[in-house]
Design a protein. Sequence first.
Lengths: 193, 202
Amino acid sequence: MARGPRVYLRPLEESDAAALAGFTADETETFFLGRGRIPASPLAFAAWIRNIGARQPPQTLELAVCRVTDDHLLGYVGVWELDWVHGTGEVDIALWPASERGRGYGTEALRLLLDLTFGTYQLRALRAFVWSANARSAAVLTRVGFRPAGRLRTAVVKSGFHLDQLAFDMTDRDWLSPVRAGNTKICSGTYQV
Amino acid sequence: MRNQILAGERLYLRPLETSDAASLAAFSAAETESFFDEGRVPHSPIALEHWITELHRRQPPRAIQLAVCLREDDKFIGMLGVSRLDWVNRTGESESYLGDVAARGKGYGPEAKWLLLEYIFDHLQLHVIRSFVWQPNWRSAAAVRHQGYREAGRLQTTATKHGVYQGEFVFDLLRDEYLAGRERWRAEQAGRKQRVTGAIGA
């Protein structure tokens, strides 16, 4: 559906469920990732993937992130709570394993998603929420052009700690503006670096 | 009162019923305020009945919506609830809608909202609640501020009306702040009653 230099996005398939459950079970960065202790079985992931396609127009757009060189599944990126009237939604992204993080795959996948949602699906604004301890996700969002929009207090509890949630948002103008710093791209479904 | 969950002086909250769907559709059709962002999406009795049925299908629920009814005659005047329930982190998003136009401006909204907050914090045991208010909806923004919600941020563009995109205020409210706000509101109500009684006595 969208292809970058190192990763591409495709629809999630039911056969991805086992890999996603395995990724979740092997997660090492459990402190700042949500739902790390809720069982995520292959069956639960398969049902989730099936449901994505069951509703038309979809309320959720979730795409597999795969490596170009070997088609290896790295995770998923998407928009949920899609509002087709107002053109809004909430971005989420998950990449595994932890050793693959910090290599720019997330940034590239997110830029592909933004190009798809703003350029093809004509959404007007996206928001994202990140736990305050998850500095890496906050940095990725900022890098691709999301703007800090606020801070919700004690939104999550982890190991007895209450963590805040950082809010971010981005409009289509932010993304499609050719002068936007850091977003060197074309708007035809893929971007160039 | 029928199937009451919580009762105040003039109102009570009960679970939504499929028979409320027709009233909700009628409220939507008769809406006079222009700042509701979904005012032009068709709200048919059939669609709303389906929505109410679906609310009760999932356990534990992801959203709880309660009907607001008058104590004196059981009249259904609106609904409020909590959505995006996160049972692990004890959070959710509060929503309120006084659909019956004739019931607005009579203090029912605050009374219903304090009942909802009691339900959220004392019954569901959530520890923080958030609220998203569309910028043109100044009445709701003022109400949640008065109830003690703190402005946590502002999203730039969340909905359009007549071709104009506007943002959304983000608010949050901790349990301690709710308790302080409720005491403040009760004191205000007591003061008001005292003034009324005094005026009658004089």
